[in-house]
Design a protein. Structure first.
Length: 239
């Protein structure tokens, strides 16, 4: 079940584009990804849907792989546990709000998954946090031998692309690990990113992830990101 709240306070937006920015927003709605009936046996489930949005996923049970969005309640801020078997964990001891959040896995060998927008809404901001699996892979080469620890010049970025049908619109690039130009920033505190540059004339938002650590077969860095507190507001669209 969705949990919708109102956000009145000043939002601190960090890391999108090339810098850190701070801005005030009017009252907006916030989806914080809570589910009813979650007990101790619950860890994750694929996909997530509300009255406003559908978060896409795909799953191949025959070969045991998946991609897109999954709902999770798994938290683990011990990088020693950053293995594939722990892929649904956020590198934090808590969700941004409540208990649940989304994990997005970008499988670059398949079509990316989208956030389908059912009504006239535009995204305002989102809080992002590295997964335990991804964090361990960019900080400790002994954990995942196929990935390199990040060094000067490396980055991991989440790209949100406004889509109108099959046509791409504005993009927002959110650097969730940024080691360019002497920086050493990692999104490990449920950092808030501004999405207003997407505009308001789109019916879905495509999510992709890019890394500088690539090889012959594509990305070496596990392409996961954890998502919470997706804020949005009603707009008039000319679709």
């Amino acid at each position: 079940m969705k949990k919708i709240a109102f956000l009145f306070a000043m939002l601190a937006f960090v890391g999108c584009g090339e810098g850190w920015v701070e801005d005030a927003r009017p009252k907006v709605l916030v989806e914080s990804f809570e589910k009813e009936g979650v007990d101790e046996s619950y860890a994750y489930s694929y996909g997530y849907e509300t009255e406003q949005f559908e978060f896409e996923y795909f799953q191949n049970t025959e070969f045991g792989y998946w991609g897109g969005f999954a709902h999770s309640v798994v938290k683990d801020n011990d990088a020693k546990n950053g293995l594939y078997e722990n892929q649904y964990a956020v590198y934090n001891e808590k969700a941004a709000t409540g208990n649940g959040f989304l994990v997005y896995y970008y499988d670059s060998y398949n079509e990316p998954c989208d956030i389908e927008i059912k009504k006239n809404f535009a995204l305002v901001s989102v809080r992002l946090n590295l997964s335990t699996y991804t964090y361990a892979s960019i900080t400790d080469e002994d954990i995942n031998s196929f990935a390199c620890a990040f060094a000067d010049g490396d980055y991991l970025k989440v790209v949100f692309t406004a889509m109108l049908g099959d046509n791409e619109g504005n993009k927002v690039e959110c650097y969730v690990a940024d080691f360019r130009d002497g920086k050493s920033l990692t999104a490990t505190e449920w950092n808030t990113f501004d999405l207003t540059a997407l505009g308001d004339n789109y019916d879905s938002v495509r999510v992709t992830i890019e890394t500088t650590d690539t090889g012959e077969w594509g990305a070496n860095t596990p392409l996961y990101i954890c998502i919470d507190d997706l804020s949005f507001m009603e707009v008039k669209k000319s679709l």
